[in-house]
Design a protein. Structure first.
Length: 199
């Protein structure tokens, strides 16, 4: 589906998002991948919304570690292999320094029942409070014309492509849409640099 088609179907997407994730209430366990601040906050929010998680997954898990009384387990631990087919995993990482796409791929390849991103879960559970730009799809439902109008303001193809990728990512939760960061994005080589950084 093209970017324009995705935006023009916003109303339909907003109506179907909660239904697409109804499987999260099929009686299976829910685990949160990522035991940092985002994971802890999401745990509390999901519990209030009726989606309590049974445990956390984190590759830096320590023996006996718990959060809110729930165990923190290493997803690569052979001892929890039997849990994979009966547990939905929500990747609770909200950190621009971490590439989430490979994590989602690894978890899916490991055989977890389903793997959902932070973006997807905010689309699925409208009871969650807004977190920065994370917000249910219904917020965008009546903004298709404005989104497309802004797209036409960009004068160059690179900027237009980046805009489309960011908007589509927010609408679909597909981390593969995200471009690789450019280290010198805000410091192009044709602009003179300060000899000594300012304090």
């Amino acid at each position: 589906m093209s970017f324009i088609d995705t935006v023009q179907n916003l109303s339909e997407s907003a109506d179907s998002s909660p239904r697409r994730f109804a499987y999260l209430k099929d009686g299976s366990k829910i685990a949160l991948y990522g035991a940092g601040g985002a994971g802890r906050n999401l745990f509390s929010a999901l519990t209030e919304a009726g989606y309590p998680a049974s445990y956390f997954l984190d590759r830096n898990a320590q023996p006996g570690q718990t959060i809110h009384g729930n165990p923190v387990l290493n997803p690569d631990d052979p001892g929890i292999a039997a849990e994979r087919g009966k547990t939905h995993v929500i990747v609770s990482i909200f950190n621009h320094f971490i590439d989430v796409a490979p994590i989602i791929e690894q978890l899916r390849a490991a055989g977890w029942r389903s793997v959902t991103s932070m973006v997807d879960i905010y689309h699925a559970v409208p009871e969650l409070a807004q977190l920065y730009w994370l917000i249910p799809t219904r917020y965008y439902a009546d903004k298709a014309a404005r989104i497309l109008a802004v797209r036409d303001l960009w004068a160059d193809e690179k900027s237009r492509d980046l805009y489309e990728r960011l908007i589509e990512f927010r609408l679909t939760g597909d981390y593969h849409l995200m471009p690789q960061p450019e280290p010198l994005q805000y410091f192009p080589s044709d602009i003179p640099q300060w000899r000594t950084p300012c304090d």
